[in-house]
Design a protein around this ligand. Structure first.
Ligand code: MOS
Length: 734
């Protein structure tokens, strides 16, 4: 189905199932431990062996000698895979560093061997017996140092600096201006379920039970890396215990499980251990961002510049932290650019809301600082600079843009009026209390997505697609969509996900999963409705599907009859035309935070959080709310604790476990509220939905930092905002 004109009225608008806060249909499997994750596929693989990954102990250099004799002779060991034994391997389109290194080493903890044994413990014990000598070479590990002289990054065929008007002239003459630099550190996805794969070969075909967000991308990359035809690769990933972008691609567990199983001649399971995940897989790259804003005394922005620097391994890409600044606020004179340094740290890549998450952490503090300089309320300042058109291309309108409504309705709900414009004014015992706000922004992306829908003689509707549910609620919203389209109860719908044998979906990433994957199911259901109508001799234009029946005029059949013994199957994809070019399709939020800073110790406590989101039709308010709550929690981590500590001498992330890499726990998050504004976007898809998962994170960090400033009067521009950064500057206690 081609989607190239805005959606009119369609069966989804009935909202009998879609839009309802239905419990997640996979919830009972997860809470009872019966949803099998990749490392637990005892149901499909008998008698697996266990692989243990050995990571490089240097960040850059070469293996000069590797002695595996003792390891090979250790109890239970079946085989050891190295680059030498594996032979030539390709590199996936989505990988920057090789997934099996050696003899050259590209980064610390790059996988260099897999020990396969009868038990996990035997594999681990044997791995410790491998003796490796390295010839270490100098690496580049200090981002600030490497950014000096690093080139500007330009995307395919585009100029490296985006310029509108004359920024320098406008900034030079602006009566009120800000020029400040903000930093965000490297972040780790630290998802609950580690990267894990169970691999099984049948002749020259390999099946990989793994944990992955983008099945089709990853199937292609497995084939490319192993040098085998795509048709010989099957990926199965029905349940994913968190990904956050860290599982958009295949990682070492996938390739090493496949190679280990081939070498051992039997199925092999490989998981990355928690301490391996931080340096072996990808992370969100650190940024250094300079923001300049000039405004008139009326509070209108006349000049805005955002320049970001980040680093990656050779051949990698930048953290696109300036993207929201091109679209979020009005202003005639604009400049954005990104600088990309080569650093030899582990591979940087997408982590939840790549670009906007760290970009807004900087931009939305800058907006708070500007509002203060102007003597304006930070909400009024943002409202004064709202735009309903793309500021770089004013002929392009936003399809929907309710940023002002998010901020104003949020302000009412949160009690913003009680905030003191002057910082460090409110005390509660020994605590200084303040409020902060930030805008949230994230684009809505259109991606082709296919599904197959079958109706059987019992009236069961089975949806199959390679779409994944990474804890987001995909199973449920797909079931709601099929139930709405086919006029059946939700318990008559079976959803099969995460298998590369199913039609290729949009996959889970960039908050595009919900809208696109359900639109693909919509397209397949339209085709199935037509097939049913045709079989019954109905004109498909005036057929209704409700209560398990199909009706036309005064004739009606049960779906069970329509299906007949053979049943009916339809497959289709949603494919997008130019609406995403004609309209700027984005999602908006207002994030509100009340924070307290202890006047003696400088400790920070978040007291309340509110997110008001405008993100198209909300397909399931319960799962959408959970997405936003989770994202706000991730924002609290980014604001207050998450920080991969770089050892700039040896080139690795030092705090590579969950004791050293801190993430929020329940006690850090006292109260969160989420509101969704009424919105349907007919330009986004027949579902009229967008996405909320990443929107829930975008802006949160800055709202927290701004609340801390309002509480303490100390402005911290280096994340995370830890007490050492403001303790010495807190107001006098007595
Ligand atoms: Mo997301 S970082 O595209 O999973």
């Amino acid at each position: 189905m081609k989607f190239d004109t805005p959606a009119g009225q369609n069966p989804i608008d009935q909202l009998k199932h879609v839009g309802k806060p239905i419990d997640r249909i996979d919830g009972k499997f997860k809470t009872t431990g019966t949803a099998p994750y990749a490392y637990e596929r005892h149901d499909v693989v008998a008698n697996p062996a266990y692989g243990y990954v050995v990571g490089a102990a240097v960040a850059k250099g070469r293996i000069s000698r590797i002695d595996m004799a003792a390891a090979k002779a250790a109890p239970g060991v079946l085989t050891i895979v190295t680059a030498e034994s594996a032979g030539p391997l390709g590199k996936g389109n989505f990988n920057t560093a090789k997934l099996l290194g050696g003899p050259e080493i590209d980064h610390y903890h790059q996988a260099i061997a897999l020990v396969v044994a009868e038990t996990f413990e035997q594999a681990r014990a044997a791995a410790a017996l491998i003796v490796i000598d390295y010839a270490r070479t100098a690496g580049r590990f200090d981002l600030a140092k490497e950014l000096k002289g690093a080139p500007l990054h330009s995307e395919k065929g585009k100029p490296p600096v985006t310029k509108i008007g004359d920024f320098d002239a406008a900034f030079g003459t602006a009566p009120v201006k800000l020029d400040a630099t903000y930093t965000t550190p490297d972040h780790s996805h630290a998802m609950m379920e580690p990267h894990a794969t169970t691999a099984k070969w049948d002749g020259d075909k390999v099946t990989l039970y793994t944990s992955n967000q983008m099945i089709a991308w990853s199937k292609g990359d497995v084939a490319k890396t192993l040098g085998i035809p795509k048709d010989n690769v099957r990926l199965v990933s029905p349940y994913v215990g968190g990904g956050f972008g860290g599982k958009l691609f295949i990682r070492a567990d996938v390739i090493l499980a496949a190679l280990g199983a081939k070498a051992a001649g039997r199925p092999v399971k490989v998981t990355l251990t928690r301490p391996m995940m931080f340096n072996n897989t990808t992370h969100r790259p650190a940024t250094i961002q300079r923001i300049r804003i000039g405004a008139g005394r009326d509070g209108k922005i006349t000049a805005i510049a955002h320049e970001s620097g980040s680093g990656d391994l050779p051949g990698g890409g930048p953290e696109t932290a300036v993207s929201q600044t091109r679209l979020l606020y009005a202003g005639a004179n604009r400049l954005t650019s990104m600088r990309l340094a080569v650093v030899d740290l582990p591979e940087g890549n997408a982590m939840r809301a790549p670009g906007e998450a760290p970009g807004l952490m900087a931009l939305e503090i800058a907006m708070d600082e500007m509002a203060e300089k102007l003597g304006m309320d930070p909400i009024a300042f943002r409202v004064a600079n709202d735009t309903q058109v793309d500021p770089e291309k004013p002929e392009r309108r936003f399809s929907q843009r309710q940023l002002v409504q998010c901020l104003e309705q949020g302000a009412d709900r949160f009690g913003w009026k009680q905030r003191s414009a002057k910082p460090a004014q409110r005390r509660d015992g020994q605590w200084l209390v303040g409020m902060g706000v930030a805008a949230g922004f994230r684009n809505s992306m259109a991606m082709k997505s296919a599904a197959r829908v079958a109706l059987d003689k019992k009236g069961i509707v089975t949806v199959s697609t390679d779409m994944t549910d990474i804890g987001t609620g995909t199973y449920t919203i797909i079931a709601q969509t099929a139930a709405e389209m086919m006029g059946v109860d939700i318990d008559k719908v079976v959803v099969q996900l995460g298998d590369s044998d199913h039609p290729v979906s949009a996959g889970s990433g960039g908050q595009w999963g919900a809208n696109n994957s359900t639109a693909g199911v919509y397209a397949a259901c339209v085709k199935l409705r037509e097939a049913i109508a045709q079989k019954l001799g109905f004109n498909s234009a005036d057929v209704t599907f409700a209560d398990g029946k199909v009706r036309s005029g005064n004739r009606s059949f049960a779906l069970t009859e329509a299906a007949g013994d053979a049943g009916l199957v339809a497959e289709d994809a949603i494919e997008y035309g130019d609406l995403g070019k004609t309209y700027q399709q984005s999602t908006f939020a207002g994030h509100f935070v009340e924070a307290a800073v202890h006047s003696l110790t400088g400790e920070v406590r978040i007291r309340r959080m509110l997110a008001v989101c405008a993100a198209g039709r909300i397909l399931n308010p319960k799962s959408a709310r959970s997405q936003v709550i989770g994202a706000m929690t991730m924002g609290a981590g980014a604001a207050l604790m998450e920080d991969l500590a770089v050892d700039t001498r040896f080139g690795f992330f030092v705090n590579h476990d969950l004791a050293g890499y801190e993430v929020p726990v329940h006690a850090d998050i006292p109260h969160q509220e989420v509101m969704f504004l009424d919105e349907v976007d007919p330009t986004s898809s027949p579902m009229k939905a967008k996405g909320v998962g990443e929107l829930g994170l975008c802006g949160v960090g800055a709202a927290i930092a701004n609340a801390i400033y309002n509480a303490s009067g100390v402005r911290v521009r280096e994340y995370p905002v830890t007490l050492d950064k403001h303790l010495a500057h807190l107001p006098p206690v007595a």
